[in-house]
Design a protein around this ligand. Structure first.
Ligand SMILES: Nc1nc2c(c(=O)[nH]1)N[C@H]1C(S)=C(S)[C@@H](COP(=O)(O)O)O[C@H]1N2
Ligand SMILES: [Mo]
Length: 386
């Protein structure tokens, strides 16, 4: 029996492929990766409890924009990465140099590209899975996504440095077409390289529009990828429901109280007592790490005024505990600058009505310019940290 021949680079040759096309798609992909990396670092910073300095509370929509850009640039990268991989995969079958020095260089380049490709696919797939609330992995999403981001961006920088001469050459001249080449292939009837480039960019743009409804309300109707429909009760989506958090009974209990703790000082307030305090109204967005966001009007007690009841120092961070019994983020921390921002509320109402139980009844935290996960619902204890 004859063995099938081992494929070579030429086995996959297509006149549509060209380094100038690869370099152009690569440039757009690089821009998407750069945006995604920078906004990812910003998000990571917002999540740190021990940052040397805290993210600002102004503008209130800051995280909404950076996290929206993070998700959308990641989504934009997916079609571009697929087309880019298509444009270069025959190189996997290129002949291996015999010369030792060239072989070493070849292996180093292939190795760095293998790391880049693997980490890029991993990041985009993981990000997409997280955005869709699908966690098929058992490791921590955030620390893994953060660590692999550095691997991806590091190998990307190496890749760009190695390919810079080609990238320069590609952009210096118009995209060459198969028909205009020194040896035109008369039998080629496929799309022009310009068409392939435009289609890749179009696919990327369509994917972005299909996801942007998560953030941009008037796009919601055409956004097939928008995981949140924006139609949650009181016009705001819900991430973790009261059932999922295991609070359906405790949140409705008649003896519900919020306890403020500062050393040996302790003040407990019922919802009725919270209602009898001065009520403030603020318009603040919920901006989830998954990229969706929604603006809303919240009313309740100014957080800073609650902290004053137990004479909390102005520079103290606060531990926020919810009734939640299941899942992460039942206990969070709010740094002093956020806790003391006058717009930060322990909210009792949303968009003009009492909070529904899924939005955090009896009371929840809402602070300007913070990731949604820290807008803790069903708050039952506030402890002043020293
Ligand atoms: N106690 C508690 N609060 C929570 C969460 C949670 O899991 N538990 N999820 C947070 C997340 S991830 C987001 S995006 C917001 C969403 O608030 P909403 O359901 O009112 O829209 O609530 C936050 N508050
Ligand atoms: Mo969230």
């Amino acid at each position: 029996m004859r063995r099938p021949p081992v494929p070579t680079e030429a086995s996959f040759a297509s006149p549509a492929r060209h380094e100038a096309l690869t370099a152009r798609i690569g440039t757009y992909l690089g821009i998407a990766f750069g945006l995604c990396f920078a906004t990812g670092l910003i998000s990571h910073w917002y999540y740190l409890y021990d940052a040397p300095f805290f993210p600002p509370t102004h503008p209130v929509w800051g995280y909404r924009i950076t996290q929206g850009v993070h998700i959308l640039s990641g989504i934009a990268a997916i079609p571009l990465l697929l087309v880019k991989l298509w444009s270069v995969y025959p190189k996997l079958f290129a002949a291996i140099p015999r010369d030792r020095r060239l072989l070493a260089l070849d292996l180093a380049e292939k190795g760095s590209i293998a790391v880049l490709v693997a980490s890029s696919i991993f990041q985009l797939a993981m990000g997409l899975a997280n955005q869709a609330h699908w966690y098929p992995f058992s490791f921590s999403f955030r620390s893994t996504h953060y660590a692999v981001a550095w691997i991806a961006i590091g190998s990307l920088v190496v890749h760009i440095a190695v390919k810079l001469p080609i990238i320069r050459r590609a952009w210096a001249a118009p995209l060459p077409e198969p028909g205009n080449e020194p040896e035109p292939d008369a039998s080629y009837a496929g799309p022009s390289r310009r068409t392939i480039l435009r289609t890749a960019l179009l696919a990327s743009g369509v994917a972005v529009l299909a996801a942007a409804g998560n953030t941009v309300p008037w796009l919601r109707r055409i956004s097939v990828f928008a995981v949140r429909d924006g139609e949650g009760p009181q016009g705001v989506p819900i991430n973790r429901s009261a059932v999922a958090a295991g609070v359906t009974e405790t949140a409705r209990a008649n003896d519900f109280e919020v306890t403020l703790l500062h050393g040996d000082r302790e003040v407990a307030l019922t919802r009725a007592q919270l209602e009898s305090m001065t009520q403030r109204t603020e318009s603040l967005p919920i901006a989830c790490v998954e990229g969706w966001s929604a603006s809303a009007t919240w009313s309740g007690v100014r957080f800073s005024e609650l902290l004053d009841l137990v004479e909390a120092p102005k520079d103290a961070n606060i531990k926020v505990t919810s009734l939640q019994t299941k899942g992460a983020f039942g206990v969070t921390q709010i740094p002093a600058p956020s806790a003391r921002d006058p717009r930060t509320l322990l909210a009792l109402q949303l968009n003009g009505g009492d909070l529904t139980i899924d939005h955090g009844f009896p009371c929840r935290l809402i602070a300007p310019n913070r990731p949604g996960v820290f807008q803790t619902k069903w708050v039952t204890e506030l402890e002043v940290l020293s």
